[in-house]
Design a protein around this ligand. Structure first.
Ligand code: NAI
Ligand code: 15L
Length: 269
């Protein structure tokens, strides 16, 4: 059973793919779910409230954060692309978020980081959270910035953060790489719930991945979070093999954990 540890929980990026998947699920975690995005929403339920904000707008972010107990931060640019929007949403945006958390006394954040912080490790390697970042693009660099910034806000101000390096969270794995990186929506919710409810979170990095037989990530440093995945990509393996070509082992997309992100860009701003 999910314990409602927090009264008012803020979900940023709530209009996005994962935001939509989590919106219903996270109602079990709180009395009121505050939804935020830069895009407008449709209907708002009784135990929901909406505060629209551009993450790059400090005043709007302060209004978004005021009055909440904890934050699940999904908002921002979610793929590789030109630096301008990444700078605004993911770098300035995450700074605005932590400054607002400090000012308004929010003590726990779940930050949607990404596997692209370590995308330049090889698919033949297994890494833990102790492995130095090797971002595979500007998007991965922006997530590494968020991880470092949140560590500073923990060391200086005691704001606890789980940096969840999400693998590939979609209804099903789309290709052979995602057999290793897949995270079901239910496991994502289990992981966020664990981050919100573990007695002592500290500043932690955890790979967001289901219980897949093939894995590149060792989560043993995050045992204190108490995340126990229940789903696995293995049930999709046969179908994925049948519809996808043999991998070309000389292709960087197949060599590196970041997959296609290692070949994305450069982009004009
Ligand atoms: P998405 O792109 O569908 O959703 C992101 C949301 O952030 C959008 O609704 C967008 O409007 C909002 N946003 C963008 N710029 C903004 C700004 N300046 N101010 C306010 N809101 C802004 O992405 P998705 O898939 O839902 O991912 C959610 C989070 O999880 C992202 O931070 C992404 O980097 C991270 N993530 C997702 C993975 C996945 O497999 N879906 C894998 C790794 C990380
Ligand atoms: C991410 O960080 C992206 O947000 C998501 O759209 C996927 O591309 C995912 O990584 C992935 O690596 O599959």
């Amino acid at each position: 059973m999910t314990i409602k540890v927090h009264k008012k929980l803020l979900l940023t990026g709530a209009a996005g793919g994962l935001g939509k998947a989590l919106r219903e699920r996270l109602k079990a975690n709180c009395s009121v779910l505050r939804l935020s995005d830069v895009q407008a929403f449709g209907d708002v339920a009784a135990n929901e409230e909406v505060v629209l904000a551009d993450l790059a707008d400090a005043a709007a972010v302060h209004a978004m954060v005021q009055g909440v107990d904890a934050i699940v931060h999904l908002g921002g640019v979610s793929v590789e692309g030109p630096f301008g929007p990444i700078l605004q949403a993911n770098i300035l945006g995450v700074y605005n978020l932590y400054e607002a958390a400090r000012k308004h006394g929010v003590k726990r954040v779940v930050f949607a980081s990404s596997n692209h912080v370590t995308g330049y490790y090889r698919q033949s390697e297994t890494i833990s959270a102790d492995a130095p970042p090797r971002p595979d693009g500007l998007y991965g660099v922006s997530k590494a910035f968020g991880e470092d910034l949140s560590r500073f806000y923990f060391d200086r101000y005691g704001i606890e953060t789980a940096c969840v390096r999400i693998g590939s969270s979609f209804p099903e794995p789309k290709d052979r790489r995602m057999l290793a990186t897949w995270l079901s929506f239910d496991d994502l919710h289990r992981l966020i719930t664990a981050c919100l409810t573990t007695p002592v979170l500290g500043h932690s990095i955890v790979f967001g991945v289901s219980d897949n037989a093939v894995t590149w990530w060792d989560n043993s440093r995050a045992r204190h979070i108490g995340y126990a995945p229940k789903d696995s990509s293995d049930i999709f393996r046969e179908a994925v093999y049948a519809r996808t070509p043999e991998p070309d082992l000389t292709d960087p997309v197949v060599q590196f954990q970041g997959g296609g992100f290692v070949k994305a860009g450069p982009f004009a701003d």
